[in-house]
Write a protein that binds this ligand. Structure first.
Ligand code: ATP
Length: 281
Protein backbone atom coordinates (compact mmCIF):
# COMPACT_ATOMS: atom_id res chain seq x y z
CA UNK A 1 0.00 0.00 0.00
CA UNK A 2 2.98 2.26 0.68
CA UNK A 3 6.26 1.82 -1.18
CA UNK A 4 9.13 4.17 -0.41
CA UNK A 5 12.44 3.87 -2.27
CA UNK A 6 15.62 5.88 -1.89
CA UNK A 7 13.88 8.82 -0.23
CA UNK A 8 16.19 11.74 0.52
CA UNK A 9 15.70 15.22 1.94
CA UNK A 10 18.15 17.92 2.97
CA UNK A 11 17.47 21.14 4.85
CA UNK A 12 20.54 23.22 3.99
CA UNK A 13 23.47 21.07 5.08
CA UNK A 14 21.34 18.86 7.28
CA UNK A 15 20.53 15.45 5.80
CA UNK A 16 17.06 14.89 7.29
CA UNK A 17 16.43 11.72 5.23
CA UNK A 18 19.41 9.78 3.93
CA UNK A 19 17.90 7.24 1.52
CA UNK A 20 14.87 5.59 3.10
CA UNK A 21 13.40 2.34 1.74
CA UNK A 22 10.19 0.97 3.29
CA UNK A 23 7.13 -1.03 2.31
CA UNK A 24 3.86 -1.16 4.19
CA UNK A 25 1.20 -3.76 3.39
CA UNK A 26 -2.50 -3.10 2.98
CA UNK A 27 -4.27 -3.09 6.36
CA UNK A 28 -1.03 -3.01 8.30
CA UNK A 29 -0.40 -0.81 11.33
CA UNK A 30 3.18 0.29 10.84
CA UNK A 31 5.09 2.43 13.34
CA UNK A 32 8.12 4.59 12.69
CA UNK A 33 9.91 4.88 16.01
CA UNK A 34 12.75 7.28 16.66
CA UNK A 35 13.94 10.15 18.84
CA UNK A 36 13.12 13.81 18.24
CA UNK A 37 14.76 15.03 15.07
CA UNK A 38 15.20 11.56 13.54
CA UNK A 39 13.23 12.51 10.40
CA UNK A 40 9.76 11.10 11.17
CA UNK A 41 7.75 14.25 10.52
CA UNK A 42 9.75 14.95 7.37
CA UNK A 43 8.79 11.53 6.01
CA UNK A 44 5.11 12.00 6.78
CA UNK A 45 5.11 15.49 5.30
CA UNK A 46 6.68 14.24 2.07
CA UNK A 47 4.22 11.37 1.76
CA UNK A 48 1.25 13.66 2.34
CA UNK A 49 2.45 16.25 -0.15
CA UNK A 50 3.32 18.98 2.37
CA UNK A 51 7.10 18.92 1.81
CA UNK A 52 9.04 18.28 -1.40
CA UNK A 53 11.51 15.45 -1.43
CA UNK A 54 14.96 15.79 -2.97
CA UNK A 55 15.16 12.28 -4.38
CA UNK A 56 13.53 8.87 -4.35
CA UNK A 57 10.00 7.67 -5.02
CA UNK A 58 6.84 7.21 -2.97
CA UNK A 59 3.92 5.08 -4.18
CA UNK A 60 0.64 5.25 -2.28
CA UNK A 61 -1.83 2.55 -3.29
CA UNK A 62 0.23 2.15 -6.46
CA UNK A 63 0.13 5.86 -7.35
CA UNK A 64 3.35 7.83 -7.61
CA UNK A 65 3.01 11.01 -5.52
CA UNK A 66 5.15 12.90 -8.04
CA UNK A 67 3.26 11.76 -11.16
CA UNK A 68 -0.30 11.77 -9.75
CA UNK A 69 -0.19 14.03 -6.69
CA UNK A 70 -3.92 14.81 -6.50
CA UNK A 71 -5.10 11.21 -6.90
CA UNK A 72 -2.45 9.95 -4.49
CA UNK A 73 -3.50 12.55 -1.93
CA UNK A 74 -7.17 11.60 -2.08
CA UNK A 75 -6.30 8.18 -0.71
CA UNK A 76 -4.60 9.65 2.31
CA UNK A 77 -5.71 11.07 5.65
CA UNK A 78 -3.29 12.98 7.87
CA UNK A 79 -3.39 13.37 11.64
CA UNK A 80 -0.73 16.05 12.12
CA UNK A 81 1.48 16.37 15.16
CA UNK A 82 0.34 19.92 15.83
CA UNK A 83 -3.37 20.42 16.46
CA UNK A 84 -4.36 22.57 13.48
CA UNK A 85 -8.14 22.64 13.90
CA UNK A 86 -9.98 25.88 13.30
CA UNK A 87 -10.64 26.77 16.93
CA UNK A 88 -13.25 29.45 16.20
CA UNK A 89 -15.42 27.00 14.27
CA UNK A 90 -17.53 24.25 15.81
CA UNK A 91 -16.69 20.58 15.77
CA UNK A 92 -19.25 20.03 13.00
CA UNK A 93 -17.96 22.92 10.91
CA UNK A 94 -14.37 21.65 11.09
CA UNK A 95 -15.42 18.27 9.71
CA UNK A 96 -17.77 19.79 7.15
CA UNK A 97 -15.03 22.03 5.80
CA UNK A 98 -12.75 19.05 5.34
CA UNK A 99 -15.51 17.16 3.49
CA UNK A 100 -16.06 20.15 1.16
CA UNK A 101 -12.36 20.26 0.48
CA UNK A 102 -12.67 16.72 -0.88
CA UNK A 103 -15.85 17.56 -2.82
CA UNK A 104 -18.08 15.29 -0.73
CA UNK A 105 -21.80 15.89 -1.45
CA UNK A 106 -23.76 17.60 1.37
CA UNK A 107 -25.85 14.57 2.36
CA UNK A 108 -22.76 12.36 2.47
CA UNK A 109 -20.94 14.92 4.61
CA UNK A 110 -23.82 15.06 7.10
CA UNK A 111 -24.06 11.30 7.42
CA UNK A 112 -20.30 10.84 7.66
CA UNK A 113 -19.96 13.51 10.36
CA UNK A 114 -22.68 11.87 12.48
CA UNK A 115 -21.05 8.48 12.04
CA UNK A 116 -17.56 9.71 12.92
CA UNK A 117 -18.59 11.79 15.93
CA UNK A 118 -20.42 8.79 17.35
CA UNK A 119 -17.31 6.72 16.68
CA UNK A 120 -15.16 8.87 18.98
CA UNK A 121 -17.96 9.72 21.43
CA UNK A 122 -18.18 13.37 20.46
CA UNK A 123 -21.74 13.17 19.17
CA UNK A 124 -23.01 15.63 21.78
CA UNK A 125 -20.25 18.14 20.91
CA UNK A 126 -21.11 18.82 17.27
CA UNK A 127 -22.17 22.43 17.98
CA UNK A 128 -19.32 23.15 20.43
CA UNK A 129 -16.63 25.60 19.29
CA UNK A 130 -13.33 23.72 19.11
CA UNK A 131 -11.69 26.20 21.49
CA UNK A 132 -13.93 24.82 24.25
CA UNK A 133 -12.76 21.21 23.83
CA UNK A 134 -10.23 19.45 26.08
CA UNK A 135 -6.87 18.38 24.65
CA UNK A 136 -7.98 14.75 24.38
CA UNK A 137 -11.20 15.74 22.59
CA UNK A 138 -9.23 17.82 20.09
CA UNK A 139 -6.99 14.83 19.36
CA UNK A 140 -10.03 12.62 18.75
CA UNK A 141 -11.48 15.25 16.44
CA UNK A 142 -8.18 15.47 14.53
CA UNK A 143 -8.34 11.72 13.93
CA UNK A 144 -11.88 11.68 12.58
CA UNK A 145 -11.25 14.79 10.48
CA UNK A 146 -8.49 12.83 8.74
CA UNK A 147 -10.96 9.96 8.14
CA UNK A 148 -13.73 12.18 6.81
CA UNK A 149 -13.13 11.40 3.11
CA UNK A 150 -12.66 7.64 3.80
CA UNK A 151 -8.94 7.41 3.03
CA UNK A 152 -7.39 3.96 2.63
CA UNK A 153 -4.19 5.15 4.30
CA UNK A 154 -4.03 7.11 7.53
CA UNK A 155 -0.81 8.90 8.49
CA UNK A 156 -0.63 9.71 12.17
CA UNK A 157 2.28 11.90 13.30
CA UNK A 158 2.73 11.44 17.05
CA UNK A 159 -1.02 11.12 17.63
CA UNK A 160 -0.81 11.01 21.43
CA UNK A 161 2.02 13.46 22.06
CA UNK A 162 1.56 15.32 25.34
CA UNK A 163 -1.56 13.40 26.41
CA UNK A 164 -1.91 11.73 29.79
CA UNK A 165 -1.87 7.94 30.08
CA UNK A 166 -5.64 7.42 30.30
CA UNK A 167 -6.40 9.56 27.24
CA UNK A 168 -3.53 7.95 25.37
CA UNK A 169 -5.07 4.50 25.94
CA UNK A 170 -8.41 5.76 24.70
CA UNK A 171 -6.80 7.05 21.50
CA UNK A 172 -5.01 3.72 21.11
CA UNK A 173 -8.27 1.83 21.17
CA UNK A 174 -9.67 4.18 18.50
CA UNK A 175 -6.56 3.59 16.35
CA UNK A 176 -6.94 -0.18 16.73
CA UNK A 177 -10.58 0.00 15.68
CA UNK A 178 -9.71 2.04 12.59
CA UNK A 179 -7.13 -0.56 11.60
CA UNK A 180 -9.61 -3.35 12.32
CA UNK A 181 -11.87 -1.85 9.68
CA UNK A 182 -9.17 -2.28 7.02
CA UNK A 183 -7.40 1.09 6.99
CA UNK A 184 -3.63 1.03 6.53
CA UNK A 185 -2.03 3.07 9.29
CA UNK A 186 1.42 4.64 9.25
CA UNK A 187 2.18 6.06 12.66
CA UNK A 188 5.19 7.94 13.95
CA UNK A 189 6.02 7.97 17.61
CA UNK A 190 8.77 8.37 20.14
CA UNK A 191 6.75 6.49 22.75
CA UNK A 192 8.08 2.95 23.16
CA UNK A 193 4.83 1.61 24.64
CA UNK A 194 2.81 3.09 21.79
CA UNK A 195 4.85 1.21 19.17
CA UNK A 196 4.88 -1.99 21.26
CA UNK A 197 1.16 -1.91 21.89
CA UNK A 198 -0.12 -0.85 18.48
CA UNK A 199 2.24 -1.81 15.72
CA UNK A 200 2.34 -5.00 13.69
CA UNK A 201 5.77 -3.91 12.48
CA UNK A 202 8.13 -1.19 13.63
CA UNK A 203 10.88 0.64 11.77
CA UNK A 204 13.61 2.23 13.87
CA UNK A 205 14.70 5.57 12.41
CA UNK A 206 17.81 7.41 13.51
CA UNK A 207 19.40 10.44 11.86
CA UNK A 208 17.38 10.01 8.70
CA UNK A 209 18.17 6.32 8.24
CA UNK A 210 16.08 3.21 8.79
CA UNK A 211 18.08 1.05 11.15
CA UNK A 212 15.85 -2.02 11.18
CA UNK A 213 12.29 -3.17 10.48
CA UNK A 214 10.57 -6.04 12.27
CA UNK A 215 7.71 -7.06 14.53
CA UNK A 216 8.04 -5.47 17.98
CA UNK A 217 8.13 -8.84 19.78
CA UNK A 218 10.92 -10.09 17.49
CA UNK A 219 12.97 -6.92 18.03
CA UNK A 220 12.64 -7.42 21.76
CA UNK A 221 13.40 -11.15 21.63
CA UNK A 222 16.64 -10.46 19.78
CA UNK A 223 17.82 -8.74 22.98
CA UNK A 224 16.68 -11.39 25.45
CA UNK A 225 13.81 -11.42 27.90
CA UNK A 226 14.95 -9.75 31.11
CA UNK A 227 17.03 -6.63 31.64
CA UNK A 228 19.09 -5.52 34.62
CA UNK A 229 19.53 -1.76 35.16
CA UNK A 230 22.24 -0.49 37.51
CA UNK A 231 24.35 2.58 38.09
CA UNK A 232 28.09 2.88 37.51
CA UNK A 233 29.51 6.29 38.48
CA UNK A 234 25.97 7.67 38.34
CA UNK A 235 25.52 6.44 34.79
CA UNK A 236 22.75 3.99 33.93
CA UNK A 237 23.94 0.67 32.52
CA UNK A 238 21.67 -2.06 31.17
CA UNK A 239 22.35 -5.70 30.45
CA UNK A 240 19.87 -8.11 28.87
CA UNK A 241 19.51 -11.81 29.65
CA UNK A 242 17.63 -14.72 28.11
CA UNK A 243 15.86 -15.70 31.34
CA UNK A 244 14.96 -14.30 34.72
CA UNK A 245 17.34 -16.50 36.68
CA UNK A 246 20.35 -15.25 34.71
CA UNK A 247 19.17 -11.68 35.27
CA UNK A 248 18.70 -12.37 39.00
CA UNK A 249 22.23 -13.78 39.32
CA UNK A 250 23.71 -10.78 37.49
CA UNK A 251 21.71 -8.41 39.70
CA UNK A 252 22.95 -10.17 42.86
CA UNK A 253 26.54 -9.47 41.81
CA UNK A 254 25.92 -5.72 41.47
CA UNK A 255 26.61 -3.43 44.41
CA UNK A 256 24.11 -0.61 44.92
CA UNK A 257 20.72 0.00 43.35
CA UNK A 258 19.63 -2.46 40.73
CA UNK A 259 16.36 -3.12 38.90
CA UNK A 260 15.22 -6.25 37.08
CA UNK A 261 12.59 -5.71 34.40
CA UNK A 262 11.31 -7.00 31.09
CA UNK A 263 13.33 -6.12 27.97
CA UNK A 264 11.55 -3.52 25.83
CA UNK A 265 11.94 -1.80 22.47
CA UNK A 266 14.06 0.93 24.05
CA UNK A 267 16.75 -1.69 24.77
CA UNK A 268 16.64 -2.84 21.15
CA UNK A 269 16.85 0.74 19.86
CA UNK A 270 19.77 1.53 22.16
CA UNK A 271 21.64 -1.61 21.11
CA UNK A 272 21.25 -0.81 17.42
CA UNK A 273 21.85 2.95 17.46
CA UNK A 274 23.71 3.72 20.68
CA UNK A 275 20.95 6.23 21.38
CA UNK A 276 17.76 6.25 23.39
CA UNK A 277 14.43 6.91 21.74
CA UNK A 278 13.29 9.03 24.63
CA UNK A 279 16.43 11.14 25.04
CA UNK A 280 19.87 12.03 23.77
CA UNK A 281 22.81 9.61 23.70
P1 ATP B 1 10.06 15.30 16.16
O1 ATP B 1 9.50 14.09 16.78
O2 ATP B 1 10.77 16.21 17.11
O3 ATP B 1 9.10 16.03 15.25
P2 ATP B 1 11.16 14.04 13.84
O4 ATP B 1 11.75 12.70 13.94
O5 ATP B 1 9.79 14.16 13.31
O6 ATP B 1 11.26 14.77 15.24
P3 ATP B 1 11.85 15.94 11.78
O7 ATP B 1 10.88 16.96 12.28
O8 ATP B 1 11.55 15.21 10.55
O9 ATP B 1 12.17 14.89 12.94
O10 ATP B 1 13.26 16.65 11.62
C1 ATP B 1 14.42 15.99 11.10
C2 ATP B 1 15.57 16.96 11.10
O11 ATP B 1 15.33 17.99 10.13
C3 ATP B 1 15.77 17.67 12.42
O12 ATP B 1 17.15 17.83 12.63
C4 ATP B 1 15.08 19.00 12.22
O13 ATP B 1 15.68 19.99 13.04
C5 ATP B 1 15.31 19.26 10.76
N1 ATP B 1 14.21 20.05 10.14
C6 ATP B 1 12.92 19.69 10.09
N2 ATP B 1 12.19 20.61 9.42
C7 ATP B 1 13.05 21.57 9.03
C8 ATP B 1 12.91 22.78 8.29
N3 ATP B 1 11.75 23.19 7.80
N4 ATP B 1 14.02 23.52 8.11
C9 ATP B 1 15.24 23.12 8.57
N5 ATP B 1 15.43 21.97 9.27
C10 ATP B 1 14.36 21.22 9.50
Amino acid sequence: MIVIAGLTKKYGDLQALAGVDLQVDRGELFALLGPNGAGKTTMVRIMTGLTRRDGGTVLLGGLDIAAQPAAAKRQVGLVPQVVNLDTELTVYQNLDLHGRFFFMPAADRRARIAELLAYVELGDRAATPVKQLSGGMKRRLLIVRAMMHRPGILFMDEPTVGLDAAIRRRIWSIIRRIQGEGTTIFLTTHYIEEAEYLAGRVAFIDRGRIVTVDRPDRLVQRMGAWAVDYLVDNELRTECFPDREAARQAAAAVAGRVTIRRVNLEDAFLALTGRKVAGEA
